[in-house]
Design a protein around this ligand. Sequence first.
Ligand code: ZN
Length: 162
Amino acid sequence: MSETSTIGADRAVSLKYTLSGTDGSVIESGQIDYLHGYQNIVPGLESALDGAEVGANLQVEVPPELGYGARLEVPPQRVPRESFPAEMEIAEGMQFHARGPAGEALPVWVVGVEEGVVLIDPNHPLAGETLHFDVTILSVRDATSEELQHGHIHGPDGHGHH
Ligand code: ZN
């Protein structure tokens, strides 16, 4: 076991994953590159990866409270279409930020579009779900000091993202 290939705080991790629901159907799959220890991925997955080695394959089950949260049983909010910019295309599954009571940005999701009305829900589409991750760790390296300052990793050409 070599320390340089182990996932831990302040390390940049590259992994490929498949995310399945409780019924075994694949929800999404792909590759993520993230900075470990900065809550860039769901907490249940991040803690399961702590101490894992390059090349390892892990099956991780994440309960809703360590994933995208419990589902809030609230009816969708009906927002007039005019509240959104006219030129903006609005479709189910899109995410926006609404203003909370203290002016904070709250994520909301479009769950339906009707004549003149957009239906908005505060639940992440995967809220309330137990998540099943199949993860293979591709690489682990030390993050740069700039990445640590920003709390996320940067691409191979440095700083192209913002
Ligand atoms: Zn940055």
